[in-house]
Design a protein around this ligand. Structure first.
Ligand SMILES: [Fe+2]
Length: 223
């Protein structure tokens, strides 16, 4: 896909997610429970990279796309009174399709994906909205008896608010039920970090089978 048309495609994806979010705001108004903290884990990025935008599926200047199921993760950052938080920096980092992190401490022998941008940033707009285009991460073994479900690590920073570090999960992942980190949360808290990524539909017709979208709204605490 040419660079320009790719940009337009991404812009359209983000816009339609934005519309979806606006439609959901009535629901959001009664559901601003603080997003639960989850452990940062050992693979927070320590090396700078040239490309750190919100599209992790393609590196700047490359025509190749990262391997894996492409997803859009988008949502609204609010405070505990459901007021949108503008200019919040949302960072994500994650494994590629093989379950490998681009981090020197990752012992996983799986291959790195040279076309995947392993971490990225998005800054919320005046409506508190952020979005990322990325891929569904692979599973990896945390211990000999524990396989981690697909998850995306996330941090939110904004002056005047407590920093949030958490992890986002995929609703249909069979490893969720036995995950020690996810299960350290209450059932109510778990619902706040498990996202249903699905194909978008209009009038009952699936628009794009290859692109799944998930809404992850975030609530942070003011200091
Ligand atoms: Fe992880």
């Amino acid at each position: 896909m040419k660079e320009l048309s790719r940009r337009n495609y991404f812009k359209k994806s983000v816009l339609s997610v934005g519309s979806l979010l606006l439609a959901a705001k009535g629901v959001r108004a009664n559901s601003c429970q603080l997003t639960p903290d989850q452990t940062e884990g050992p693979f927070y990025p320590i090396e700078d990279q040239i490309d750190k935008d919100s599209n992790l599926t393609r590196l700047t200047g490359s025509q190749k796309q990262a391997k894996g199921q492409v997803i859009i993760m988008a949502g609204v950052v609010s405070d505990e009174n459901c007021r949108p938080v503008e200019n919040a920096l949302v960072e994500i980092w994650q494994a590629c399709e093989t379950g490998k992190y681009n981090h020197p401490s990752d012992p996983n022998p799986a291959q790195l994906d040279p076309d995947f941008q392993y971490w990225g940033r998005s800054v919320t707009n005046s409506r508190g909205e952020y979005s990322f285009k990325t891929i569904r991460p692979g599973h990896y073994r945390a211990t000999s008896s524990w396989i981690r479900p697909a998850h995306i690590h996330l941090k939110v920073h904004r002056r005047g608010y407590e920093e949030l570090t958490t992890q986002v999960y995929f609703k249909d992942d069979p490893y969720n039920s036995n995950d020690r980190i996810l299960n350290s949360l209450t059932k109510v808290e778990q619902r706040n970090v498990i996202v249903d990524f699905k194909s978008s539909e209009r009038d009952g017709i699936r628009l794009d089978e290859t692109l799944k979208r998930g809404e992850f709204n975030i609530t942070i605490r003011g200091i």
